[in-house]
Design a protein. Structure first.
Length: 499
């Protein structure tokens, strides 16, 4: 790597971070959006450059701060796994920012808009930092940066319950961060290092002398990260946070925040602990499996009976996270690949769904399902895009969601659990009910008088939605970016796996 290419890892963080500093000093919402748009447009090119470099060389990229070499100094380390997630997060930021212009202008007071975009860029910087850092404590720092920005994004919503939702998330997020840092502290006490690669090398010998502190560290970190990724039953903050945040914030967070936390869980499990410990013998795999199944069914049932459309999709997110963690619990090639594929696919589909609801709220001002009766006749393109993404959630063949569940089913068969395939299919049928409920309301009921003048949203909101809906179908046929890379990542992660 030469020239500017050499500094791509640090630029991945600095570009949105400096953008946040600039927007903090502006007083114009338009100027703040422009700065955010430029930063969001640059980030995917950096991520793509890193991914291309990794796929070409097959070697991780190590970027150290100053003259302090790893493991003593802070290291940004990029391999195929985090390059994949970096690209996902930055792409969601890129597709979201055109949508933000009209949506934020409508939902956020003009004098608060620069601050809103500052928080968005800080959140983006923190999420990218979680993924790119090779240091356990530095991951905690970025986790808190993104979380603090997220609390503000949620709290800026106009609904009176937005502040309460932000406060609830703050409490839960603080508890999760505390659990995580306690785990990191225990690991540091017994190994003397915070670097992920160095931790993986030292945990094995340390297990001989200090098994209980290391297992306690694993438990603390699992609980802490699970709170951040909203694994059932630690998801209680998520429905209100998604429901009462501004539409743009909900869509962006649904596509990125939980995905960064899932990445961190995969990194801790497979790149650190599983290198030295008989991972399948740990009780954590069975616990994650049970909680994943509970999420898939219980959260889906909650979505079926929910009257608020955003809360319905929020519970759906909890269920879909269950599919992702299910593949992690399987801990085999196909299962882990299925998790990674669904990380990408769910981000695309759920962002599209929240975009569609945000567009409906932009035109109608309501998000109660009964109030959206007949919306399919007034906003046919928007509603059709919602349905396409909804079919992806169900896992209909020809959509991205089908590919995710196919990999998970193969992982279950590879593990010898054919009964699990039945549960994956059965839980998918629950998604048919809540997506079908929306379809029935949107298309088979007469529009109310309140929807008389409703029309499609502006192009800046509609085009990102259509792009994601198209991608949902495209990734159902071309799996090179998802399945192909995810399989390589799974092979890489399981290469040092102790079974």
């Amino acid at each position: 790597m030469t020239g500017l290419d050499e500094h791509l890892p640090i630029l991945q963080i600095l570009v949105p971070l400096f953008g946040a500093i600039l927007t903090a000093f502006t007083r114009s919402g338009v100027l703040a959006w422009t700065i955010a748009a430029i930063a969001s447009a640059i980030a995917p090119f950096i991520s793509a450059g890193l991914l291309m470099r990794i796929t070409e060389t097959g070697k991780p990229i190590s970027y150290v701060m100053g003259s302090w070499a790893a493991p003593w100094g802070i290291e940004y380390r990029v391999d195929l796994l985090n390059a994949f997630v970096l690209l996902l997060i930055s792409l969601i930021g890129l597709v979201s920012i055109p949508y933000a212009r009209k949506s934020v202008a409508t939902e956020i007071d003009s004098h608060k808009q620069p601050w809103f975009y500052t928080m968005y860029l800080l959140c983006l910087s923190g999420l990218l930092g979680i993924v790119i850092t090779g240091d356990a404590f530095n991951a905690f720092v970025f986790l808190e940066i993104s979380s603090l920005a997220t609390y503000t994004l949620i709290g800026l919503g106009r609904h009176r319950r937005a502040l309460l939702s932000a406060y609830q998330y703050l409490i839960m997020g603080t508890i999760g961060a505390t659990f995580y840092i306690v785990g990191v502290g225990l690991l540091y006490l017994v190994t003397g290092t915070l670097n992920f690669v160095d931790l993986a090398a030292r945990i094995g010998p340390a297990m001989q002398e200090y098994p209980r502190p290391i297992l306690a560290a694993l438990a603390f970190m699992t609980v802490g990260i699970s709170l951040k990724l909203a694994l059932f039953p630690l998801h209680v903050w998520l429905p209100n946070a998604y429901a009462y945040a501004p539409s743009f914030a909900t869509a962006f967070l649904a596509g990125t925040a939980t995905k960064a936390a899932i990445y961190l869980l995969i990194r801790i499990y497979f790149s650190v602990f599983a290198v030295a410990i008989p991972f399948r013998q740990l009780p954590v795999t069975e616990i994650v499996l049970v909680l994943s199944l509970a999420a898939m069914f219980i959260a889906s049932f909650a979505a079926i009976f929910e009257q608020n459309a955003k809360r319905m999709l929020a519970y759906s997110s909890v269920a879909q996270i269950g599919y992702i963690t299910l593949g992690i619990a399987l801990a085999n090639k196909m299962g882990l690949a299925g998790s990674l594929v669904h990380v990408f696919n769910h981000a695309i589909m759920k962002t599209a769904l929240f975009f569609a609801l945000g567009a409906m709220a932009y035109r109608t001002g309501v998000l109660s399902l009964p109030s959206l009766s007949g919306i399919g006749r007034k906003m046919p393109v928007t509603t059709a895009a919602f349905v396409v993404a909804g079919l992806g959630l169900i896992g209909v063949p020809g959509t991205a969601g089908f590919i995710s569940k196919w990999y998970l089913a193969l992982g279950a068969i590879e593990h010898g659990w054919t009964w699990l395939v039945f549960l994956i299919v059965l839980s998918s049928l629950l998604a048919v009910i809540y997506v079908g409920r929306f379809v029935e309301i949107a298309y088979f009921r007469e529009p109310s008088a309140d929807l008389a003048g409703v029309r499609e949203p502006p192009p800046t909101m509609l085009l990102p939605l259509l792009a994601l809906a198209f991608t949902t179908v495209y990734l159902g046929f071309d799996t090179r970016l998802t399945g192909g890379i995810a399989t390589r990542i799974a092979e890489f992660l399981l290469g040092g796996f102790t079974s």
